[in-house]
Design a binder for this molecule. Structure first.
Ligand code: VGL
Ligand code: ZN
Length: 196
């Protein structure tokens, strides 16, 4: 299909995943500028924009101190859980909160109604960027494909945790192998403009 109906999903661009945060991703804040450009472009043409946020209770098995993997991060209603202050804010942007219980919920589709919201709007393709490449971006992309959406992953608008060196690159290969298009944010904006 030449012009699939698109939605943008901006994954977890929150203070705790940016430099200085509790689970800082190196250069995580560098995703803000390319994502703002794509957000503006979507809003201008009236296309849906979603921001997901990691939104954990103070006590969850997701955290190492309670048997999980990670330092305490993105606790509901804390500064660390807020979106990066420079990330575009607009009343038309819908927020998807995830990780509300004891399961990891790396994907924006996990225990949320995002898939039904997208299906209700007859969305065919999702554009995905954000943090972190090797966890929430990867799992969001793989789930979107499982739900039957086409996916464009914005390579220059994502950064990896890289618990093991190379995790980010491997995540990109996994997304590609599963059927995602790996593109740059500029390519995506140009493609969208030529559709008008
Ligand atoms: C994430 C680790 C733990 C992410 C969330 O947003 O990628 N990573 N919780
Ligand atoms: Zn988390």
């Amino acid at each position: 299909m030449a012009n699939p109906k698109q939605a943008l999903i901006v994954v977890d661009v929150q203070n705790d995943f940016c430099p200085g945060g509790a689970l800082a991703v190196a250069h995580g804040d560098e995703v803000v500028e390319p994502l703002n450009q794509v957000i503006d472009e979507f809003l201008e043409r009236g296309a849906p924009v979603y921001k997901s946020r990691d939104w954990h209770p103070p006590k969850t098995k997701h955290f190492a101190i309670h048997g999980g993997t990670w330092p305490v991060h993105c606790v509901q209603n804390t500064k660390g859980a807020e979106f990066h202050p420079a990330l575009r804010d607009d009343p038309r942007i819908k927020v998807i909160s995830k990780g509300l219980g004891d399961t990891d919920c790396y994907s924006a589709f996990d225990e949320t109604d995002l898939a039904s919201q997208l299906h209700d709007q007859a969305i065919e393709e999702v554009i995905v960027g954000g943090l972190a490449t090797d966890y929430c971006v990867k799992n969001t992309v793989l789930d979107a494909l499982r739900h039957g959406f086409k996916v464009k992953a914005l390579r220059n608008a994502m950064r990896a945790v890289d618990v093991q060196p190379g995790d980010g690159e491997r995540a990109i290969e996994e997304m590609r192998a599963a059927g995602a298009d790996i593109v740059s944010a500029e390519d995506s904006a140009r493609a969208a403009q030529s559709m008008d």
